[in-house]
Ligand binder design. Sequence first.
Ligand SMILES: [Zn+2]
Length: 449
Amino acid sequence: MATAEGTRADEATDLLRHLIRNACVNDGADDSGDEVRSADLLLTYLEGCGADVETYEPHPGRKSLIARIEGSDPSAPSLLLMGHTDVVPANPDGWQRDPFAGELVDGVVWGRGAIDMLNLTATMATAFRHLALDGFRPAGGLTYLAVADEEALSRFGAGWLIEHEPDAVRHDYVITESGGFPMPGADGVTRLPVIVAEKGVYWPTLTVRGTPGHGSQPLRTDNALVKAAEIVRRVDEYRPEAQLHEAWRRFVGGMGFPPELAGPLLDPSRIDAFCDELPLLGLARQAHACTHTTIAPTMMEAGTKTNVIPDRVELQLDIRTLPGWDEADVRAMLDGILGDLARDVTVTFPHADPSTDSPIDTPLWDALQRVSRVFYPGARTVPFLTVGATDSRYLRALGGVCYGFGLHSPAVSFDEYSAMFHGIDERVDVESLRLSTELWTALAHDFLV
Ligand SMILES: [Zn+2]
């Protein structure tokens, strides 16, 4: 790999292509992922750079790597750059290029993970390596973490680390995916979203009870499937109340939207009608999801035989909560939706992760604003609440301020960019890799010294 000054973008590009080819596909099974290949690649890459490097492997193949540049002042704030090494599966049908070949074509790297988030994992490693090689000795410590298992439940990654190695991963400030996509404002000023909050994820199972009987005599039977169908209808009909989180208010306020857009987006009594009527469906869904706890029926399992009235149905819901909601709030919402049917339903929560957020006005926020302007003159950072879940929730649980950020070139539109997450034709241009590599370097010099 090239190491000479001036070729760091090439080095990050090369590293990214290797990470894509390692194909650490995480399908949720304990033995999938096999992130050991990328952890070992990064171990080799960081060898001899002068940083302390450690690896953790809580399950065979599920390996994470931590590299540290010690700070000279234990009271100075520390910074963790965290990237995951696993990716979601990719079906090559529909892709223009092999999702696991890591091809570089006309300045663009193609493959699964190119933006989620091997691009950042690679650029963070490259910036970190060169800081260490250059003898960077900051006041506050700088840590690089390449973590496994982010795409499932992080049981072998961040979730395991905060439980078993909290001292290794606890930091005052953390940066991970995603954010930093340049959004042109109507006033010509570029906005760079910083992810400061993410919604909670609750996946309840509703077990609906009935009474078995013969399918040939359905009159006045107690059919669990009919009740479940009514529950699905009520869930679909349910209109959650709009709630405007500080991140949303400051995002809309900071974007410089014209009043006809900003007005309804900041008015809880108008936003529902606005989202219902907005012709831009993607934006409507996004705005709705950022301002409501949402609920979608997604799976149902019922019945044993065509001629048997079912006495049991299992219905799964995907609920995404706003900051401030807990399990009791979710239960209360479900009770309200179920109404008289609640007596025939048992609700359990096999998966429940509340929403998390970090304060917006922090020294790291200010540093990101300052440093971003080196690359996008005049640009303004704006807070953003993401509807997806990342490892931020684990690091926030240890008390760290956690943001999602990185830099991207304006070559790809926001719509294309959003569609590439877990989608087809995932790719990133080398210019974006250069920007992010330089961003991490500049941030370390600005924030930690
Ligand atoms: Zn990701």
